[in-house]
Design a protein around this ligand. Sequence first.
Ligand SMILES: Cc1ncc(COP(=O)(O)O)c(C=O)c1O
Length: 397
Amino acid sequence: MTVSEIKTSGLASKRSEKLGVSGIRLIFENAQRIPDVIRLEFGEPDFDTPQNIKDAAIRAILAGKTKYTSSAGMPELRNAISKKLEQENRIFYDPAKEIIVSAGATSGINLSLLATVDEGDEVLVPNPGWATYVYAVTLVGARPVLYNLDPASGYSFRREIAETLVTKRTKAILINTPSNPMGTVCSKENLQEIAEFAQDHNLMVLSDEVYEKFLYADSRNSDLRHTSIANLPEMKDRTLTINSFSKTYAMTGWRIGYVAANEQIVQALIKILTAANSCISTISQFAALEALNGPQDSIKQMIETYRKRRDLTVSRLNEIQGFSCPMPTGAFYAFPDISRTGLNSFDLAMKILDQAHVATVPGSAFGSLGENHLRIAYANSLENIGLGLDKISKIMN
Ligand SMILES: Cc1ncc(COP(=O)(O)O)c(C=O)c1O
């Protein structure tokens, strides 16, 4: 029986039927049919997990550390996360009461929504934004309400736009910086506007910071840095800071991340996580502990490599007829405007896949404001990026 037959037979829950199929998955599945496809669609680091992290996991297995841990996560890992948040993000979270370990940021977002939002509540979700936010909000029975970011100012938050969307049911706002799919970084001033908006409407803020390390400062923007909104005055108690080891340490398959929030929310998160997962993989927790406590130089090397890839990606994209690509300053995505090609983003992505054998993601997968764009992930080698963009160039020029 296929998925669509199950759907029509009424066996699956109504909740599951509300979830659409993501545009990324459609491209991904079509790309599987093409043996020589070049993958510029996938938001996954192509680097291997650093050896010291793998060794720590192997040591944990050999030492028999393969049992359940406390639902909130191993105390030593929560201590290390707390230290990291204090030193790097300048927020003190009590490791005993204000941190839980989650199965990556995806589960962190789902748990956070379950802990803060009730059925029928409304959650403000960025447009463009990572498609999973809409699904996650829908899954908890709440209503995703898209707030348009402003393309003219580097996709910044505009209070006057968000203000028109607030109702009595608005409970939370999801934010993501550095952003997927645009590769933009929210300034501290803009975060301050979000903070004031959240305070004025008594909203919780779910802050997805998985790309916090992926920043490309240069002479044009030497003051570029990541700010955690929880660090702004009066914001810690209304923010859930969500982060992950997936991108920073090339650990996507280990499924490990964390949520830091006030004690009351963390108590709720623990109850939900206990019901949903019992706890997170002990082996992955030992790996994450080493990721935080071990040498950090692999991150630096990865970021420098991403920077070279970004530069190549953007300069080559701007040589393609009908494409115009601003320089992203964060994450590992380029988001070229393709409106001058005369095609919509889905048709263009399919054309590029069929004729050039390069997988990209149509911007429409990220909300209505993503239309007229493609998302190109430069989490691939310089060789593959060059080859892929050559092939796109050939069919477009
Ligand atoms: C903005 C954003 N948040 C979260 C995730 C998923 O992170 P994790 O692997 O920790 O679930 C992704 C992955 O693409 C992402 O782009």
